[in-house]
Structure formats: structure tokens, C-alpha cells
Ligand binder design. Structure first.
Ligand SMILES: Cc1ncc(COP(=O)(O)O)c(C=O)c1O
Length: 409
């Protein structure tokens, strides 16, 4: 049988991260399955399941108009609620519903944006390490080109204008035309919230080269302290700054695939609205999520979620650092820790030895963590552990990794 050449990239197993996810899902650890996998590979937050499930069960309502086509780039009532969320919680003054496009997940937003901003082979700069999905979303189907800008762990992953200038001039000398920067703030995989001084360096650089700045702020409300995060939209020229948000992380609703795009650039907005034909979100998740976006529920929910995240991540950091004698990046947001496991690699710290550790832990201890190479980490030996999980998972993790310490001190 013959298929299109362009679908060949989708003909095989797919990403090893997705493969590991489904391997673990069939045999997950819990108290009834104590020898199952500890799945720390997918950035999900399970800490609020006990609050969300009963709330949604009680409030879930679908209306007759939801049975039929709604505005494809998001129902008006839902975009209005989202505009209020952006104003009151992401502190974007004057955010308007007409500047919002709702699509299928932040993934859909990212791919649609790559289609609208980049012609084939055109570049988008991303500080590395970065979220592994960017590689597929920006490159696989529409062939944008990611230009990584390496961040240095010894400098606390600081954004520095010189690093951007260097990557820019190397790429332009190689004939690549650069159109945009993509920043993920707060940052997956480190959990860093970039301070204003660092964000301003990027804004100055973008201004000097006429680049769009796309800010993926999907972890904006998963901060471990209430008011840490400052949206890039409040710092940079509105015509050039575009926001990606979603409900998978802060609202612990990854299954709903609800993504949000916000921009004040009318030309880009029109393109994104029209492309929603291919990425439209069904009416039901919008209807289910709408009641969550009102006070007082939202205040209580976010406060509780941040408190649980902070407590759990602090415990996990202390536990891993003490048990394995390693250091974790001092995370400020998100459900994960970025752990320096270089001492558990042989003398050669390479992508191969890093992958070997991942495979060994998966088979020997049934622990699934994500190796840094999937985040385009410039240094080998760093791993992301997703730890917004029940306490029993964390306890079991520490029991299993203790064996690693004992056998390979
Ligand atoms: C930084 C970042 N952006 C986008 C996404 C994708 O989100 P969604 O599930 O809404 O497509 C993720 C998911 O891990 C992420 O970490």
C-alpha cells in the first residue's frame, strides 16, 4: 500500500517519551500494584484530583446550544471568562476576549503559530533546555527551524543577550532567516521563573532584530509562591508579543486539551482565527471549565494547588538530594524537578550514557524519568522528574533510588 511521503515521520513508534508513557500506563504503581512503574515522565499535576473530580461532577452542565457548532476559535462566553482570567490572574491589563483564540491544546496553538509565523526553513530561537514538544510542534509538519540558545547551569540558566546574539549571527551566517523567539516562562524543564532583568534582555534583543516574541506561559499559575510570575506581555511591544496559555497544567486538566492564544496583533489574530478550522476545540470542555474560572472557587483552588505543589516539590527535592547526594535546580514553578544525575553517569557524560541510565532505571527500578537530551539540554546528565503525584509515589521513589545509591555510590 502506498501512503504520502510526508506521513512517513508518523509511520514508526513515535517519540520514546510517548512510548515510555504508554508502557507505564499499562502497569502503574499504586498501593494495589506495589511493583508497578513510577511514571515521572509526563508533565501532569495529580495533586488536585480530589478537588476537581467532585466539583466537575456537581457543576457539569451542557446546554442545547453546545450540541451544535459554536464559534470555532472559542465560544464567546468562554473567551470572556478567559479574558478575565488573563486580567486578574496573569495580570495582563485590558485583556479582551476578541484577542483570544481557543484551540485544541497548547500543542495546537504552537503548531498553528508555527504555520502563521514561519515559512519552511525559517528560524525560531529557543533557550535550551526546552520542552520536548516544541521540536514536533514547530518542525515536524511545517518545517520551521529551531535555533537553540544554550543556557548555562553554572549561571543558573540565565537569559543573556550575548548568547542570543551569538546564536543569531551563527544562524544568519548559515543562511537561516530568523523570525521569532519562543520563551517558556515559567520554564519547563527547570521550573525557573525568569526575573524581569533577564526578560528585558530578550525584549531588547528582539526589538533590535524585529523579531516576534512568543511567550508560552502554561505554568504561570503553577508557581510555588503566589505572586512570582510576570507575563512577558506586560514588558514588550504588544504588536510583537504573543501569549500561549492552556489548562493542562495550572488547572490540572491535561485530558481536556484546552489551549489559549492571545495577541494584540490583528493580522496574526485573523490568521490564527481562520486556522482554527483545523484545531478547533469541541464545545463540551469549554462548558465544563467555565465554572472553574469564577471567584471564589478560583482563588481557593489556586491557593490550595500552589500550596500542595510547593510542599510536595520541597519534600521531593530534599528527599532526592539527601538520598542520592545530588542537586536539583531550585524550582519555583511547575510539577517537576530538574535533577543533576551526572555523578551516576560514567566518566563520559554523553547522550548515549545518559540514555543508558534512563533505560536502566526504567527496567531495573521501573522508574520512568525524562533524560535531558529530549529537552535539547546542552549538557548531558540532567533528568526531569515529574513529582506532582500522591505522597505514596514519592515515598516509593525514595525507596527505589536508595538502591541506586547503595549499588553505585
Ligand atoms: C511548555 C509546554 N507547552 C505546551 C505544552 C502542551 O500542552 P497541551 O497539553 O495543552 O497541548 C506542554 C505540555 O507539557 C508544555 O510543558
Amino acid at each position: 500500500m502506498k501512503f504520502s511521503k510526508r506521513s512517513d515521520t508518523f509511520a514508526s513508534q513515535g517519540s520514546p517519551l510517548v512510548h515510555a508513557h504508554f508502557l507505564c500506563a499499562q502497569d502503574l504503581y499504586d498501593e494495589t500494584n506495589p511493583t508497578g512503574y513510577l511514571h515521572l515522565g509526563t508533565a501532569q499535576n495529580h495533586l488536585m484530583d480530589d478537588v476537581l473530580s467532585p466539583y466537575l461532577k456537581e457543576k457539569a452542565q451542557v446546554f442545547p446550544e453546545d450540541l451544535h457548532y459554536a464559534c470555532l476559535h472559542g465560544a464567546e462566553y468562554f473567551r470572556e471568562r478567559c479574558a478575565t482570567l488573563l486580567q486578574n490572574y496573569l495580570h495582563i491589563p485590558g485583556a479582551k476576549s476578541e484577542n483570544i483564540v481557543i484551540l485544541s491544546g497548547a500543542t495546537g496553538v504552537l503548531e498553528a503559530l508555527s504555520f502563521c509565523l514561519l515559512d519552511e526553513g525559517e528560524g525560531i530561537m529557543i533557550p535550551a533546555p526546552f520542552y520536548s514538544g516544541f521540536t514536533h510542534d514547530l518542525q515536524t509538519r511545517f518545517h520551521g527551524r529551531i535555533i537553540p540558545v544554550p543556557l548555562d547551569p553554572e549561571k543558573g540558566y540565565a537569559l543573556e543577550r550575548e548568547a542570543f546574539e551569538k546564536a543569531f549571527s551563527m544562524a544568519t551566517q548559515a543562511g537561516i532567516s530568523i523570525k521569532a523567539i519562543l520563551l517558556n516562562h515559567p520554564h519547563n524543564p527547570t521550573g525557573k521563573i525568569f526575573p524581569e532583568t533577564e526578560l528585558r534582555q530578550i525584549c531588547d534583543f528582539a526589538r533590535a532584530h524585529d523579531l516576534h516574541v512568543v511567550s508560552d506561559e502554561i505554568y504561570a499559575l503553577s508557581t510555588h509562591q503566589p505572586t512570582d510570575h510576570q507575563s512577558l506581555l506586560t514588558l514588550h511591544d504588544p504588536d510583537f508579543t504573543h501569549l500561549i496559555y492552556g489548562f493542562a497544567k495550572d488547572f490540572c486538566l491535561s485530558g481536556f486539551k484546552l489551549g489559549l492564544f492571545y495577541s494584540e496583533n490583528q493580522d496574526l489574530l485573523t490568521r490564527m482565527q481562520n486556522i482554527s478550522l483545523f484545531y478547533g476545540l469541541s464545545t463540551a470542555p469549554q462548558r465544563l471549565v467555565a465554572p472553574l474560572l469564577s471567584k471564589p472557587f478560583l482563588d481557593t483552588f489556586l491557593q490550595e494547588s500552589q500550596k500542595r505543589l510547593c510542599t510536595q516539590l520541597r519534600r521531593a527535592k530534599e528527599g532526592l538530594e539527601t538520598t542520592l547526594d545530588v542537586s536539583c535546580y531550585p524550582t519555583q514553578a511547575g510539577p517537576f524537578l530538574w535533577v543533576d544525575l551526572r555523578r551516576y553517569l560514567p566518566k563520559e557524560k554523553t547522550p548515549e550514557t545518559e540514555l543508558a541510565l534512563h533505560t536502566r532505571w526504567l527496567h531495573e527500578y521501573k522508574i520512568n524519568i525524562s533524560p535531558g537530551q529530549f529537552f535539547s539540554s546542552p549538557q548531558s546528565g540532567f533528568f526531569r522528574f515529574v513529582l506532582a503525584q500522591p505522597q505514596s509515589v514519592l515515598d516509593e521513589l525514595l525507596v527505589r533510588v536508595r538502591k541506586e545509591k547503595e549499588h553505585r555510590p
